[in-house]
Ligand binder design. Structure first.
Ligand SMILES: NC(=O)C1=CN([C@@H]2O[C@H](COP(=O)(O)OP(=O)(O)OC[C@H]3O[C@@H](n4cnc5c(N)ncnc54)[C@H](OP(=O)(O)O)[C@@H]3O)[C@@H](O)[C@H]2O)C=CC1
Ligand SMILES: Cc1cn([C@H]2C[C@H](O)[C@@H](COP(=O)(O)OP(=O)(O)O[C@H]3O[C@@H](C)C(=O)[C@@H](O)[C@H]3O)O2)c(=O)[nH]c1=O
Ligand SMILES: [Mg+2]
Length: 289
């Protein structure tokens, strides 16, 4: 089986390239220089001409705060390009796999959000991701939209790397403790996408939730990171109000993941185990320039 993937160096794209071989899946991964999602019709043309059996979109505009000032660009990359790619995939009868986010929800309540719950994004990133979901669904072909949260890995930008960087320079970090969610290893997202791709149209598509367990606050996550990394840094719990950001984040980022289990027998990954692996991998990397 061959997959055409948009995205090359991102967290999920990197893990997917690594794992595909083990599953006998050939992946043609497109860098930004080969497929720029700010040009939706060019991306659709690539899908129209592909010899792949499945399309995976692992590229996105993920700078949550910056998106508040770059709404048009975020809309092109997160909404219009996936919509155009999914339309072309539908015309070719190719399954289209897409990734979305907990930030489509407004964070109200304190129980995990189901795939039936009504999204209501708080910021531009979440709005553009939700519009991308809508456009992918309305394209009318077989699709799977995997909503995940708080992605981490040894590659790209993520909270683990942010905390390690800050911890190197300080002995105390103030981290929000009232936003609760599920840190999710990029490696497990990649594995899940490969499983979905391999089942293809035999299984039900639609929206699925997938996040790591157990639930944690960002402060809990930061504490686990410094503890596992053996750093002597104190994590101080603060309320969201004490950490103002251009884009508001949801307080309740919990995702209810049973639909993925019922459809694909995929369980929520244990983020604490993966954190150990990611920290070990980071240690082996050469320091970034
Ligand atoms: N990161 C997270 O915490 C979460 C992510 N998600 C979703 O998961 C998916 C994967 O995210 P993740 O792997 O973390 O993302 P990253 O931010 O690690 O990577 C994003 C990728 O998209 C590429 N990209 C950005 N703009 C363009 C463009 N104009 N044209 C082509 N490629 C572009 C980047 O390329 P380049 O390297 O050239 O910049 C990069 O490879 C996304 O859909 C995201 O919304 C969902 C929940 C949480
Ligand atoms: C660096 C830092 C962050 N924080 C808070 C801010 C925020 O509420 C939380 C996480 O910060 P970040 O900005 O790293 O996370 P953020 O970029 O909002 O992460 C999100 O990215 C997008 C792409 C998603 O889809 C989401 O699932 C989620 O992973 O931690 C602190 O409280 N103290 C700090 O020193
Ligand atoms: Mg970020």
């Amino acid at each position: 089986m061959k997959a055409l993937m948009f995205g090359y160096d991102g967290q999920v794209a990197t893990e997917l390239r690594r794992q595909a071989k083990l599953h006998g899946v050939e992946v043609e991964a497109l860098k930004r220089s080969q497929a720029d999602l700010s040009d939706p019709s060019a991306c659709a043309a690539i899908v129209r001409n592909t010899d792949a059996d499945v399309i995976i979109n692992a590229a996105a505009y993920t700078a949550v705060d910056k998106a508040e000032k770059e709404q048009r660009l975020a809309q092109l990359i997160n909404s219009d390009a996936p919509g155009a790619m999914a339309s072309a995939a539908a015309d070719r009868d190719l399954p289209f796999l897409h990734i979305s986010t907990d930030y489509v929800f407004d964070g109200s309540g304190d129980v995990p959000r189901t795939t039936e719950d009504q999204p209501n994004p708080l910021g531009v990133y979440g709005q553009t991701k939700l519009d991308g979901e809508r456009q992918v669904a309305e394209a009318g072909g077989w699709h799977a939209i995997l909503r995940t949260s708080w992605v981490f890995s040894a590659h790209g930008n993520n909270f683990v790397k942010t905390i390690l960087r800050l911890a190197a320079a300080r002995d105390q970090l103030a981290i929000v403790a009232d936003q609760i969610g599920g840190p999710t290893p990029a490696a497990d997202i990649a594995g899940t996408l490969i499983t979905i791709a391999m089942r293809g149209k035999q299984a039900d598509g639609g929206v699925f939730h997938y996040s790591g367990a157990p639930e944690a606050s960002w402060a809990d996550f930061a504490r686990a990171i410094v503890l596992q990394a053996g750093l002597d840094v104190q994590i101080v719990d603060i309320p969201t109000d004490n950490y103002p950001t251009p884009a508001p984040r949801p307080l309740n980022s919990r995702l209810e993941c049973s639909r993925l289990k019922d459809t694909y027998e995929i369980l929520q990954p244990d983020w604490k185990t993966s954190l150990i692996n990611v920290l070990a991998e980071l240690k082996t990397q050469a320091p970034e320039p």
